[in-house]
Write a protein of this length. Structure first.
Length: 160
């Protein structure tokens, strides 16, 4: 596989961050292996193959330069990732602290809700007990209204 194919395959590398981090080192090793093979060929091969070997060396040289450029890019991205991770860590610590405060605040609220539930049950029991007397209470109220009107009429008559 051509080293540039490995570098230009972001879909495969994006899923494997360790592979992405090790790519420059593996490409450098492949390049050194190719260079060693070329050196052996130069020592053993005929004179006419030197031109093809020189062109291969130039190609290897350009690939090493490209590899170096990508290594700098990866290093920059790794630095950015480290900065983001530190930022996320700070946010997580802050959220944890706020969650602890919220938890402490929620304890009295939960106790109050329990008391409200108890009071609600008592009120419902009271309503169930008083409800049968509602009609009688209304009738007593009407009678009281009549007495108060008569009392007002009597008071006006006595003044007048």
């Amino acid at each position: 596989m051509n080293p540039l194919q490995v570098i230009t395959a972001p879909a495969r590398l994006a899923l494997k961050p360790a592979r992405l981090a090790l790519t420059p080192a593996r490409l450098a090793l492949r390049t050194l292996d190719d260079l060693h093979t070329l050196a052996d060929s130069v020592r053993q091969g005929p004179q006419g193959d030197r031109e093809s070997l020189m062109s291969r060396l130039q190609m290897l040289h350009s690939e090493v330069i490209e590899l170096n450029r990508h290594a700098h890019t990866v290093t920059g991205q790794a630095t950015d990732l480290i900065v983001m991770a530190r930022s996320l860590d700070a946010v997580a610590r802050q959220l944890h602290g706020e969650a602890e405060e919220l938890s402490e605040t929620m304890e009295p609220v939960m106790e109050s809700l329990d008391r409200i539930d108890d009071v609600t049950e008592s009120v419902e029991t009271l309503v169930d007990s008083v409800e049968p007397f509602q009609g009688a209470a209304q009738r007593v109220g009407r009678i009281a209204d009549r007495f108060s009107r008569r009392g007002d009429e009597d008071a006006v008559a006595e003044r007048g």
